[in-house]
Design a protein around this ligand. Structure first.
Ligand SMILES: CC(C)(COP(=O)(O)OP(=O)(O)OC[C@H]1O[C@@H](n2cnc3c(N)ncnc32)[C@H](O)[C@@H]1OP(=O)(O)O)[C@@H](O)C(=O)NCCC(=O)NCCS
Length: 328
């Protein structure tokens, strides 16, 4: 018996916001954004769409691809920093929409590393407890709702979307698809990527709103350096644990933050650039959603074959980071 990916799905909202559109909103240029980040456009959810709505669309596709029903799910984990409400959990809201009445549900907050953290938790639940057989994991974000659209340092970077992965026990295979993983965190750097207000430390007030403390803030260049080091370190640990080298990797699938970060990670790992999956140009940074969206595109494009090694890696607020090696 092995634990396999049964289905993958993703969803991005229809509305496209281009760099040229942003030129009309803040003092920036298409050229600056492209050369510093690689981003050309991003998707923006409508006012009516919340994170659970994006997650719902991705989940429906993943369920269809897995050829199972929502009622077959034993658990739903939603990784997000843009939950519908502080509580109840977005996972519970999603459960209702899906009709996944047998699933227990919770949200997991690990910022951009959320999908990897959630896959690790789901995999451990499946390995450790015979009663769990199928778990739906989501990275879903409406980052447009926490971005200050007057701050050129951040607003050009982010987009909305959702990625869904269903992990399940398969009777007919001896292998697990997750070969090795490494997760990390360092609370020393909580302040370089954060939303300052709106929690119990600084509850929302007219003053916090006036001071824009409910928006995402970031120390961009600090994040850049820490991101590269953490992802490279985690990837190396995972490859060592699995007994493989960079040459064995079919795809490196990094969290899509910025193409310069992705290139730096690939170069330090000696993975050729054409083996690094990149769609940051089309979607920007979608935080926890980005790896799921990439995986769905790899499936759709038939870009990996059974037995290929796919190395996932992520980095985000917390700080959190990780890497996970999949055998396709
Ligand atoms: C944000 C980031 C793209 C900035 O790129 P950079 O090369 O480090 O640029 P700098 O921070 O040195 O800024 C250079 C200048 O560009 C300006 N600038 C910032 N945003 C700009 C924009 N959208 N358009 C034009 N100029 C901009 C800055 O104000 C700064 O001007 P100054 O020198 O007059 O102060 C880069 O640091 C980055 O990608 N960091 C990681 C961000 C990330 O991925 N976060 C999420 C992690 S999950």
């Amino acid at each position: 018996m092995g634990i396999q990916i049964l289905g993958i799905g993703s969803y991005v909202p229809e509305k496209i916001l281009t760099n040229v559109d942003l030129e009309k909103m803040v003092e920036t240029s298409d050229e600056w954004i492209k050369t510093r980040t690689g981003i050309e456009q991003r998707r923006i959810a409508s006012a009516e769409q919340a994170t659970s709505d994006l997650a719902y669309e991705a989940s429906i596709k993943a369920l269809k691809n897995a050829n199972i029903h929502a009622e077959d799910l034993d658990a739903i984990i939603v990784a997000s920093i843009t939950v519908d409400q502080v509580f109840p959990s977005t996972a519970c809201i999603l459960q209702k929409k899906l009709g996944a009445k047998h699933a227990f549900c919770f949200d997991l907050e690990a910022a951009c590393s959320g999908l990897l953290y959630s896959l690790e938790v789901a995999n451990s639940l499946l390995i450790g407890n015979p009663k769990y057989k199928k778990i739906l994991v989501l990275g879903a974000e409406k980052l447009s709702s926490i971005v200050d659209w007057e701050d050129r340092n951040t607003c050009v970077l982010f987009g909305d979307g959702a990625g869904a992965v269903i992990l399940g026990k398969c009777e007919d295979t001896a292998e697990n698809c997750i070969i090795a993983s490494d997760l990390g965190a360092n609370g020393k750097y909580t302040d370089i990527l954060q939303i300052p207000a709106g929690g119990s430390r600084i509850p929302t007030s007219a003053e916090t709103v006036a001071n824009k403390q409910h928006y995402l803030t970031m120390a961009g260049s600090d994040v850049f350096k820490l991101a590269v080091n953490a992802m490279v370190g985690s990837c190396k640990k995972v490859m060592k644990e699995a007994g493989i080298t960079a040459k064995d990797i079919k795809w490196l699938v990094p969290h899509q933050a910025n193409y310069r970060i992705l290139r730096a990670v690939a170069s330090r790992l000696k993975i050729p650039e054409d083996e690094v999956y990149m769609n940051v140009n089309r979607f920007g940074n979608t935080s926890a959603a980005s790896i799921g969206i990439c995986l769905d595109e790899i499936v759709e494009g038939n870009l990996a074959e059974k037995g290929d090694y796919v190395l996932l890696t992520a980095f985000g607020g917390g700080l959190t980071w990780g890497a996970m090696l999949l055998k396709w």
